[in-house]
Design a protein around this ligand. Structure first.
Ligand code: M6R
Length: 366
């Protein structure tokens, strides 16, 4: 049932070219600009007129929510707030009937996420669900939604569910933007084409496996890791750090790269590995300066860069090259090496990667 892989997690990481395709299937046509999301269509007017979108989720799903904040604000120009479901539900939040709440959950059973959406529903908000498990409690409690269709995810560490969530949220942001007229047809077609190329690019990123295993060998015994990214890669940094801590038990923190100088930079010395996600996008130059800051303090840099980058390889101890893509789609590609890195480090440390200690696949207690 692991399809020849040693662990479910590895199998699920390698399934991503396929699962991302499954998340898009039937929802867009190559070359065109016609998007087809049934759940969106039913609530189109609500989305068009929404004064705000609030995203509630936990863990990795919350990270997908953060990516969606960038996507929706970029493409659809609606203000977005991303909330930990557990905080949102207990803090007497301001919610109105013109708000749309998007609940993101792989399992569809996370207690805090379910309670958060019930609360928002009682205040009259429209609830949209992004779930993987069909017929799950959260899917049933929402007004409308879109399934991620990633297939069953068994490993406790969420991998293919994350990329599926990001794919569906991208489509949703495109749908809203198209309806609101905040995205041009040219841009939309460009994104549709590029989305179709994503599975191949993910496939290519997966070929880095052996290379990443080598990097894992080098760092398997360190006590700490830092992950840095900006823009669309900031949530990816958080996700990379979460993946590492939950399965390898190495302490890791993700940060927006520019926040380093407000504290975490004090941690950097010759023993600190720093994973920097530094793909060629609008924050590239700034990330290069952040790398210089780390290097000046002798931090050990592992950089995820765009193929063909010649600047960063001269500064980093290790470089992982991923294929270029549109800036808004970059998380789908840049997260892949981070999933593999955490996987290999955990395996080398003898950890139970599919069932890490103290964790459950669905957290049905608050
Ligand atoms: O099923 P959900 O997406 O609601 O689960 C949320 C989190 O419990 C989950 O993403 C958790 O953080 C994962 N173990 C991360 O890999």
């Amino acid at each position: 049932e692991k399809g020849g892989y040693e662990h479910f997690m590895l199998k699920e990481i390698f399934e991503q070219p396929r699962s991302i395709l499954d998340s898009m299937r039937g929802r867009l046509e190559l070359g065109g600009s016609h998007l087809n999301m049934a759940g969106f269509r039913a609530y189109e007017q609500k989305f068009v007129n929404a004064q705000r979108i609030i995203i509630v989720a936990c863990g990795t799903s919350w990270h997908a929510g953060l990516v969606a904040e960038y996507l929706i604000e970029d493409l659809a120009r609606i203000p977005v707030e991303v909330e930990y479901a557990s905080e949102f539900r207990y803090r007497n939040p301001v919610i109105s009937e013109r708000d749309i709440v998007i609940a993101i959950s792989q399992s569809g059973e996370t207690a805090d996420t379910l309670a958060a959406l019930e609360l928002a529903k009682s205040k009259g908000a429209t609830i949209f669900g992004i779930c993987n498990v069909v017929g799950s409690s959260i899917a049933r409690a929402t007004d409308a939604g879109a399934y991620t269709h990633a297939g069953p995810e068994i490993g406790v560490a969420s991998t293919k569910a994350f990329t599926a969530q990001v794919t569906v949220l991208t489509l949703l942001a495109m749908c809203i933007g198209q309806r609101r007229g905040t995205i041009t047809d040219v841009k939309l077609r460009e994104l549709v084409t590029e989305l179709h190329n994503i599975p191949t690019k993910v496939e290519k990123a997966l070929k880095l496996d052996a290379e990443i295993q080598q990097i894992a060998e080098t760092f398997k015994d360190v006590p700490n890791f830092l992950y840095l990214g900006r823009g669309y890669n900031f949530p990816v940094a958080l996700e990379g750090a979460l993946k590492l801590k939950e399965i390898s038990y190495i302490h890791a923190e993700g940060y927006p790269a520019a926040e380093m100088k407000h504290g975490p930079i004090a941690l950097i010395d010759e023993n600190m590995p720093v994973v920097v996600i530094a793909t060629k996008d609008s924050s590239y130059e700034k990330v290069v300066s952040n790398i210089q800051e780390v290097k000046a303090r002798k931090g050990r840099i592992i950089a995820v860069v765009t193929e063909g980058d010649t600047t960063i390889p001269a500064m980093a101890e290790f470089v992982i090259e991923v294929p270029p893509t549109s800036e808004v789609l970059v998380p789908l590609v840049s997260v892949i090496p981070l999933q593999l890195l955490s996987y290999h480090i955990a395996v080398l440390r003898g950890c139970n990667v599919d069932q890490p200690r103290n964790l459950a696949k669905s957290v049905t207690v608050e």
